[in-house]
Design a protein around this ligand. Structure first.
Ligand code: EPZ
Length: 417
């Protein structure tokens, strides 16, 4: 089992570069299944989740090679094989093959990706969207089977702006007959990046980033080349790392507008943040002020930054109320932070966090990706040593976080036990 051992108390100083976005890369890799050609995607981060998606594509018959930071994905020989439960359970985003395989082959069978630590994560909105396009869906024995002789464009109104459902419907609709309109679509920057890749392979998609996306079906698709956007959640995590250690960090390879809700909230907490063209400079210093957080779909405060912001609020002056509205069970990190001396408790849908002067090191466990990141941040500021178990959760979404933070002066090592 890999773990991080962290000795807190050092200020982080220097420059850190953000990797490509995991949550933009995953749908774009799935979209490569659409054209049966060779696609070149630059800026793909080397993460566990990306390796799982690479395995899924390989299992389906795609050829996937790395060339530096670029991935070459040749999907000519792909077949709509049934994807095993074992593979599907390894990563929820494997459900993103549904739309592309249905579009290209008219049939697909996948097992439910399974819930995870942050919630049940159903797929009802994905299924309703594909059914609206004309797919016949059966759900039996934990498998979803979708079949469609022909997909026909239509208007789909999502009950809630689900990121994955928006992405699956977009991909299913690119070669459907006629126009598809998705209303109450998710507005995340990763949806815009998917639109840009789909258009690069010859699709006709407009409106991503707004709550209405229009897809005009096309007959043919061509090979694609694309560079994924920087990872806004990784960037936000580094902003908190600078603030919680009272450091001085320049974060580069960033699209600042993607981080506006995080920047606004951190400034409200009194953190000094300077925004550049493609960088953000964070200067910690005095103790942050407690602020209230309510997670919302983009452009609201991102749920994927809730645990990391909670770590900062654990050391803030005052009491903050943190309300998670996107997932029903995203507070597993509260118990772990309490082991480090945090004064926090969950009440209904909110967590009440009373800031303390200083957290103290402890043995803690990463329960999911962003909860694990929050523990790293808390450990960077805590006195004495912290051991973080189960860091494979963290490595699903962060490329060599130990190396990146060590380069800024943190005392963090990755050990195998
Ligand atoms: C994407 O997950 C991200 N993952 C998540 O990031 C992120 O937290 C989430 O969007 C919200 O922003 C990737 O992009 C790979 P949703 P996704 O469908 O698509 C409910 C990370 O840490 N829902 O927008 O699965 C669902 O249960 C990960 O990088 C339904 O009810 O999220 C949840 O409560 C964690 N029915 C809410 O919607 C459905 O059919 C948001 O889910 C689909 C979703």
């Amino acid at each position: 089992m890999e773990k991080y051992v962290v000795f807190g108390g050092n200020r982080l100083e220097g420059t850190i570069r953000v990797s490509g976005s995991k949550n933009a890369s995953l749908p774009i890799l799935a979209a490569c299944l659409l054209n049966g050609q060779t696609n070149i995607i630059h800026g793909i981060p080397k993460l566990r989740d990306i390796m799982v998606m690479q395995e899924v594509l390989g299992y389906l018959g795609a050829r996937v090679d790395w060339d530096g930071d670029a991935m070459l994905i040749d999907t000519e020989r792909v077949e709509p094989f049934e994807i095993s439960e074992e593979l599907m359970r390894r990563m929820r985003a494997s459900n993103l093959v549904l739309g592309p395989l249905l579009s290209r082959f008219g049939k697909v069978k996948v097992s439910y990706p399974g819930g995870c630590q942050i919630g049940s994560r159903p797929m009802d909105l994905h299924i309703k969207g594909l059914q609206a396009l004309g797919a016949k869906i059966t759900e039996k024995y934990g498998y979803i089977t979708a079949e469609a002789r022909e997909l026909i464009g239509t208007e789909i109104h999502l009950d809630m702006p689900s990121v994955g459902a928006t992405e699956n419907i977009m991909m299913a609709a690119v070669c459907a007959k006629g126009q598809t309109v998705i209303r109450n679509a998710a507005r995340e920057p990763e949806i815009v990046d998917l639109q840009n890749f789909l258009n690069a392979i010859g699709a006709s998609v407009k409106g991503a980033g707004s709550d209405m996306i229009k897809i005009n079906g096309v007959k043919y698709l061509n090979p694609g080349r694309h560079t994924v956007i920087p990872d806004r959640i990784e960037a936000g995590t580094h902003m908190i790392a600078a603030a919680i250690t009272g450091g001085d960090v320049q974060i580069v390879n960033v699209i600042p507008e993607h981080l506006e809700p995080v920047t606004a909230k951190m400034r409200e907490a009194g953190i000094n943040i300077e925004v550049g063209v493609d960088s953000i400079h964070v200067r910690g210093g005095k103790r942050p002020k407690a602020v209230d957080i309510k997670t919302m779909p983009y452009p609201g405060f991102p749920t994927d930054m809730q645990p990391q912001m909670m770590a900062l609020m654990c050391t803030a002056e005052g009491t903050s109320i943190i309300t998670e509205t996107v997932f029903e069970n995203r507070y597993k990190h509260v118990a772990e932070l309490r082991r480090m001396g945090a004064d926090s408790r969950v009440e209904g849908q909110s967590a009440i966090v009373k800031g303390v002067e200083r957290l103290s090191g402890a043995c803690v466990e990463a329960t999911d990706l962003r909860a694990g990141a929050a523990l790293v941040l808390a450990a960077l500021a805590a006195e004495n040593g912290t051991v973080i178990e189960n860091i494979m959760h963290i490595e699903r979404g962060y490329e060599r976080l130990d190396a990146k933070y060590s380069a800024l002066g943190a005392r963090i090592i990755r050990v195998h036990s």
